[in-house]
Design a protein around this ligand. Structure first.
Ligand SMILES: Cc1cc2nc3c(=O)[nH]c(=O)nc-3n(C[C@H](O)[C@H](O)[C@H](O)COP(=O)(O)OP(=O)(O)OC[C@H]3O[C@@H](n4cnc5c(N)ncnc54)[C@H](O)[C@@H]3O)c2cc1C
Length: 262
């Protein structure tokens, strides 16, 4: 089976800085990694390939340096990697990103399954996987923790707030994977060296015959009004002593905050 895994390169930090004029993330000077849950999507793909044969192709849409994330995926064991990098993609919101990825999948051709992470740690919308399924007009399963394939059908266990759900869908389909799905493998030194030398195909929007009106700023209806980092919380207070002393001091503190009533 031919599996495509969508991965995103994200800043390796939770200390996100925002340009106050453009409302865009400041990525300069921040090291980048594969979006962590995308490694779980790669691992899920590799396990399915081990069970059923076929190929795992990793794709990303991003700036030229996103190639580094693709090399990490190749080192984990993916067969091929493709980067969509085009200055005209700059400013793409989730609608335009899912369009670009859908065009990539169409160009790849025979694809049985597309895996994404549940959400990216920077943009954090969780919209790209479902958007991609809509663009391609194929079924989608989100928040998958277990996956198996039999007779051209995919069975997926989904994690919801307080229950699991098991779904069966026809392939091809898009599945978004959660962190608890597996433990991503560590690449061997041999694979890391091989991945460093590997060919990575780089496509532009023209290669995909993509409509420029659906890409970049023109294809992105999302208006970011304002983005700001959360305020730093003060340290809080640690109460120490016997259980009685702690309970008494806590009760007193609650009284002083005037939140006990009601
Ligand atoms: C108005 C606007 C302008 C923006 N401009 C820029 C910009 O100039 N440069 C920039 O880098 N970002 C930009 N972004 C952010 C970018 O559009 C989003 O990061 C991207 O659309 C993915 O959304 P997300 O991070 O919420 O991913 P989610 O939907 O949370 O991601 C879910 C999963 O989808 C897959 N995925 C997500 N993004 C990609 C990708 N690019 N390639 C492959 N797979 C992917 C991964 O598997 C990921 O785990 C902009 C966003 C907005 C709203």
């Amino acid at each position: 089976m031919n599996i495509v895994v969508c991965i995103k390169q994200v800043p390796e930090t939770t200390e996100v800085r925002v340009d106050p004029e453009t409302n865009a993330l400041i990525r300069e000077g921040v090291a980048s990694i594969i979006n962590p849950v995308d490694e779980n999507a790669i691992e899920a793909a590799l396990q399915l390939r081990e069970a059923h044969g076929g190929t795992v192709t990793v794709i990303t849409m991003g700036p030229p340096q996103a190639e580094e994330a693709l090399r990490q995926a190749l080192a984990m064991g993916a067969d091929e990697a493709i980067l969509l990098s085009d200055p005209a993609s700059r400013g793409s919101d989730t609608l335009a990103t899912s369009y670009g990825l859908a065009q990539m999948v169409r160009k790849i051709g025979e694809v049985d399954l597309i895996l994404c992470g549940k959400q990216a740690i920077d943009g954090d919308t969780g919209q790209v996987g479902p958007g991609l399924a809509e663009r391609l007009g194929i079924p989608q399963v989100t928040f998958a923790i277990e996956l198996s394939v039999e007779d051209g059908k995919l069975r997926a266990k989904r994690v919801l707030d307080d229950f699991f759900e098991v779904l069966e869908v026809k392939l091809p389909a898009v599945v978004t994977v959660v962190k608890q799905a597996n433990d991503p493998r560590h690449p061997s030194m041999r694979n890391v060296l091989k991945a460093k030398r590997a060919e990575i195909a780089t496509w532009t929007l023209a290669d995909l015959e993509a409509d420029p009106r659906q890409s970049g700023f023109d294809g992105s209806p999302t208006q970011v009004i304002r983005v700001w980092p959360p305020e730093k919380r003060s340290g809080g207070k640690k109460i120490e002593g016997t259980s009685e002393e702690v309970a008494e001091e806590l009760a007193q503190a609650i009284k002083e905050m005037d939140i006990a009533a009601g």
